[in-house]
Design a protein around this ligand. Structure first.
Ligand code: ADP
Ligand code: MG
Length: 239
């Protein structure tokens, strides 16, 4: 079943050229889409339109067949994880994870229970009273993940969540993210510029260049049968 439908999406920031052009993608339930492409090609803008952090200039966006173009971000049932974690420095881990639930006026017991199950899943039980500055990079990224999963979102958007981590931790977090994805049965769109992440994590890869989708396919399809020279050299080149 189609979970997310993106139809003819465009983004114009000013009046000049669109930075996202005629973006078409139907994401199936529980798929893990990896969006790749060079810096500046429009990956973050695409995610931000889906999350409601940017307006959609043209086109339609549906979740479960409901038009979402105008829905306020907090009503979208989407959680987004950013590269820079975006944690609140003055709040401890518990309050950082709980933030989105408090905002949505969940009751105290539900908040407590959900924060504890998320922190347990992420191995953060012993860190709930710490402030972000007293955590390692990997732990901060886990808190950012915790803040997203605690809401049980249907849709997960991740914008280069591992790019601030060292190589070894990236490999470990990659498999943790896949584990969470399978366990919670989320539908995910994951942005990276790391070809290895794309090849190992994706159900399907979407390759973008200059705001335009170049190819959509399984990792082996885009690797073995690239649509054009750009896809071939981008996917084929080592990260
Ligand atoms: P990516 O995430 O693939 O690196 P982005 O979506 O961040 O690319 O950016 C796509 C293009 O849109 C870039 O040329 C960038 O400079 C431009 N852009 C991004 N955000 C804004 C903004 N708020 N105002 C104007 N231009 C922007
Ligand atoms: Mg980006």
């Amino acid at each position: 079943m189609t979970k997310i439908a993106l139809e003819h999406l465009y983004k114009y920031y000013e009046n000049d050229l669109p930075v996202v052009k005629d973006f078409n993608l139907h994401v199936q339930d529980e798929e893990f889409i990896v969006l790749v492409g060079p810096s500046g090609c429009g990956k973050s803008t695409t995610l931000r339109m889906i999350a409601g952090l940017e307006t959609i200039s043209e086109g339609s966006f549906y979740i479960d067949n409901l038009l979402m173009n105008e829905a306020p971000p907090k009503d979208r049932d989407i959680a987004m994880v950013f590269q820079n974690y975006a944690l609140y420095p003055h709040m401890n881990v518990f309050d950082n994870i709980a933030f989105g639930l408090k905002l949505r006026k969940f009751n105290k017991d539900t908040i407590k229970q959900r924060v504890h199950s998320a922190s347990h899943l992420l191995g953060l039980d012993d860190y709930l009273n710490r402030k972000p500055r007293a955590l390692s990079g990997g732990q901060r990224q886990r808190v950012a993940l915790g803040r997203a999963i605690v809401r049980n979102p249907k849709v997960f958007l991740m914008d280069e969540p591992l790019s601030n981590l060292d190589a070894k931790l990236r490999v470990q977090m990659r498999s943790e993210i896949m584990q969470i994805h399978h366990q919670l049965k989320t539908t995910t769109i994951y942005v990276t510029h790391d070809q290895t992440e794309a090849m190992t994590m994706a159900s399907r890869i979407v390759v973008m260049k200059d705001g335009i989708i170049q190819q959509i396919g399984t990792p082996s399809e885009v690797y073995l049968r690239p649509n054009n020279i750009f896809v071939g050299s981008f996917i084929g080149s080592p990260s």
